[in-house]
Structures are given as C-alpha cells and as structure tokens.
Design a protein around this ligand. Structure first.
Ligand code: SAH
Ligand code: F3S
Length: 483
C-alpha cells in the first residue's frame, strides 16, 4: 500500500510558470489544496478528479506541502486493516496543523470514509467534510456549505457527510480530464458485485455500475485529440463492463475494446482490474485482433488452491484460470501475466499454501502483488475460524514474495535481445540525446534518439539490462504518429 502526495505534472508545470501561476511559496493569495492518496489506481484517478474539480470551481492549486495548504484532503483505502489505521494516524498530524490555522479545511474521502461515515468525525471532530468515492463530484458544494456555516455556533452546524451511492451521476459532474503526457486513465465502471468473501469493495464503492458507452468513447476521443496515445481503462472489475449504448443496448467489455481501438490516435490499450470469471473467449480474441492491446495482463487469482478459492467465493477453480491463460498465450505467446495473492486466508493449510506456491511457479507470472489476509469488518470471511498463527502467515508471504521477485528478475533478464514496442514518453533528464519510454510489460526503456520522436511508438531492440525496471536498447523502427 502506498501513500502518495498527489501532484499531476500539469499542475507542477503550471506552478513552474511564474508569470501566470505563481508557486505556493511566492504568492499567498492563491488558495492551495493538498491531497494525500492511499490505495489503488481508482483512488489515484479520483484524486486527480478532485483536484480538477476544486481547481475549476474554486481556483485551488495543488501544493505538495500540507503546511502550506488551505484544504487538506485524504483519499483513503480500507482494503486492509493497516491501510485503514493510517487514516487516523495521518489525521492526527493534520489536527496539529488545524490548531495552528483554524481556517484550514480538512476533508476525508475514499473507502474508509464510505465505511465509517460520521464515525470519522466522532473520532476526529476537526474533520470538516466526509465524502465517498461516488460523491466526490459534490465536493465544491460541500465546501460552499462548509464556508457558509464557519461562523455559526457548533450546535447549529450541520454535519457534512455524504457517502451515498448516487448511481453513476458522478461522471456527469466531473470536468473534462486534464491531459498530462501521452498516457491517461479512463474510468469505465464503478464498484463491484462479485462479493468475494474477504473484500470490502462492494460495500465501500457499491455495486457495479457502468458508464454509458458514448460517454466513454467521447472522453477517449477527446484525450486522443489532445495527444494521448495510451489509454488504461479503469474499474474494480472492468470485464464486467455493461455500458448502455445510445440505442439502449448493452455493450460488453470486448465490444468496448474494439470500439476504442478504432479511435484515431490510440496506439496502446491497457485495463485494470479484471476478474477471471468474466475473462471470456471474446476478450481473448481481442488480443488476437487488436494490435493496440498490450502483451501484459493483470488478472488477480488470489490463491492456487481450489479449497481456498471456494472459501473466498471466487466462483471458479484453478483449472478455469489455467485454461484461460493457456488460450491467451496461444494468441499472444509473449504475454506477461501478473496477479494478486492473499496469503493466510482463514483455513489455509500448509498443503493449500504449497499448492499456491507451485501454481505461481507453473504459471510463470511476472511481477505480482501479495499480502497477508486482513480481516475486514462486515465481510463474510471475518466470521471464519482462523487458527493459523500470524508468524506462519508472514513466513508464507515471505516465501511467495521471494518466488515472485525472482520471477520478475527473470522476466526482465529475458528481455535481452528481444524487440519491444515502446511508447516514447520523454527526453531523459540526464542526457538530451537519450529518450525514455515504456514497454508493454511496463519496464522503462532508454535509447538514443531525437526529441521530436516523443509521443510516438518505436520498435527497440534490448541491448542491456540495467535494473529490474530499466533496460537499454537501440532503435530498429520508428512508427509514424498514430494520430
Ligand atoms: N477487483 C480485483 C481486486 C480489487 S482489491 C479482483 O478482481 O480481484 C485489490 C487486491 O487487494 C485484491 O486483488 C486482493 O488481493 C487484495 N485484498 C482485498 N481484500 C483483502 C483482504 N481482506 N486482505 C488482504 N488482501 C486483500
Ligand atoms: Fe473485491 Fe472480489 Fe470485487 S476482490 S473488488 S469483491 S472481484
């Protein structure tokens, strides 16, 4: 779990422009917003949107220094207990800032907000606003309401808590996304209806709701016009996408991919996260038909044991997963596969764990994420008996992570001599003759080239492995600009 200070590069660039956008350090009249983002890519996406919203509605500019901000927003994660604990320790630090500056506004959003609601203000009364992942678009109004009652005596103030799930209206109220560079995230659906027995997401983000097809396509076409070349479609369960078309029909995820691939300018397509159950043959065919689809798939499986999968309510067996990956590798032999694993789920025996370890080795995963199971209140798994000592779980996790790490190293090493398709993203900070891009498998690739090539795709032969995430190469072919 990462805690990040969120500063989109467009804002950084804006604050570097001292003529129109003086930086926070020089101009006290500019109102400043600090956002701390915890958790998944959905939260990162949401934080970007919060910044856009408050920038457009109230003129807030992002700062990377909480001491300097007029508003502090914490976009929280409750997927594991540890992540949730961070919220209150972080808020404790912000309380001190509020003691020094009583005008400071503190807001808590994201999944902990959704789960705890007004309990947040019971534990941390200095928090002014609580909003959920589906109500962040109401932040400007909430802020107005807050400002309107600042002067009122405490007992007359209404509590500003809005953690409802108002369908998909969020997207109708968000400003057009700002473009930074050549890559963009596009949220296509919200929530999850899978109800895996360990997971809080269906409760904190609500059931699956898909954005209408035309909205998604229009957003992507707009991004492509502004120079975006790589799109990552986002959702908790993207392959459950069922977006309504203009004619009132339903568009599936593979159909959406085919339509996105037709948009001029979109040279590369990623998505996260998908579920094995809905990883359909039609989706596999997209990998055969659409060159824009990267040879990289993150497909969470959670365990390599059928007993554990059943207890997790994943609704599929290991064989189903193995078969789908085999089919996929038939149409894309160079497929890089990554996954999520939960270790020490209640009832996981040594044998179950051994099956998981073997499964990880057999499937030849690239980088994967693994965590010890964390009991989440309100989830069905929280009632399961769990007699495995914590230390045993930690030891198992260490073994899994070692295998995963070695596998990542092997995958990077195997790139030597191969040809990778790379999106050229920038000129190296260190050398103006060197370009930096990303391969399908997300490794950074550097090579000698011309600054005018930035934003285009190139075939690069890998000539040297530098680190786990950095390789050097030589240009073989520069693709024409896809726009
Ligand atoms: N939509 C994704 C998962 C989203 S949650 C899917 O299809 O599986 C991201 C990851 O967090 C999960 O894949 C899981 O590995 C991990 N996770 C979720 N709940 C957890 C819990 N209670 N304890 C430990 N890890 C958990
Ligand atoms: Fe969670 Fe399972 Fe959905 S892990 S996000 S309930 S697919």
């Amino acid at each position: 779990m990462t805690v990040q200070t969120f500063i989109p590069s467009a804002v950084k660039a804006a604050s570097e422009n001292t003529v129109t956008q003086p930086t926070h350090t020089t101009d006290v009249s500019i109102k400043k917003l600090y956002i701390e983002t915890q958790g998944c890519q959905m939260n990162e996406y949401d934080s970007h949107r919060m910044a856009d919203l408050l920038g457009d509605s109230h003129g807030y500019v992002l700062t990377d220094n909480p001491n300097d901000a007029d508003i502090l927003l914490m976009n929280t994660c409750s997927i594991r207990e540890k992540a949730q604990e961070k919220v209150f320790s972080g808020l404790g630090r912000w309380r001190k800032l509020k003691e020094q500056n009583p005008d400071l506004v503190i807001g808590v959003g994201g999944c902990v907000a959704s789960q705890e609601g007004d309990n947040i203000q019971k534990r941390a009364p200095y928090v002014d606003m609580v909003f959920g992942p589906q109500t962040l678009h109401r932040l400007p109004q909430m802020l107005d309401q807050h400002q309107a009652q600042v002067e009122k005596p405490k007992k007359e103030k209404i509590k500003l808590v809005d953690i409802s799930f108002p369908d998909i209206e969020k997207f109708d109220f968000l400003p057009e996304p700002r473009v930074e560079g050549f890559k963009a995230f596009v949220s296509i659906m919200e929530g999850c209806s899978k109800y895996c027995s360990f997971c809080v997401v269906p409760y904190t983000r609500g059931e699956e709701v898909s954005r209408p097809l035309d909205d998604v396509l229009a957003e992507i076409a707009g991004l492509a016009e502004k120079g975006v070349r790589e799109i990552s479609l986002l959702g908790q369960n993207v392959n459950g996408y069922r977006g309504e078309t203009f004619e009132g029909e339903i568009c599936t995820f593979p159909e959406l991919l085919r339509l996105v691939a037709e948009i001029p300018g979109i040279g590369r397509l990623r998505y996260t996260t998908s579920h094995p159950l809905e990883f359909s043959d039609d989706l596999i065919q997209c990998y055969r038909d659409l060159p824009q689809m990267v040879s990289h798939l993150h497909l969470p499986v959670q365990s390599g044991s059928n007993d554990v999968l059943q207890a997790m309510k994943r609704n599929h067996t290991i064989d189903v997963y193995i078969d789908k990956i085999a089919k996929l590798r038939k149409v894309r032999p160079d497929m890089h596969l990554s996954s999520d694993f939960i270790i020490g789920f209640p009832g996981e025996t040594d044998e179950h764990f051994a099956e998981t370890l073997q499964f990880i080795k057999d499937l030849d995963f690239d980088h994967s994420y693994s965590f010890v199971y964390s009991k989440r209140p309100g989830t069905p798994a929280s009632d399961l008996p769990d007699s495995t000592p914590e230390q045993v779980k930690k030891d198992r996790l260490a073994q899994v992570q070692q295998v995963i790490k070695q596998s990542s190293i092997d995958k990077t090493d195997a790139m030597l001599g191969k040809i990778e398709r790379v999106l050229i993203e920038k000129v190296s900070d260190k050398d103006p003759n060197v370009l930096v891009g990303t391969a399908d498998n997300t490794r950074l690739v550097t090579f000698i080239g011309d600054a005018t090539w930035v934003g285009r795709f190139a075939e690069i032969e890998i000539t040297e492995i530098k680190t786990l995430n950095l390789v050097y190469g030589e240009l073989l072919n520069l693709e024409p600009d896809v726009a």
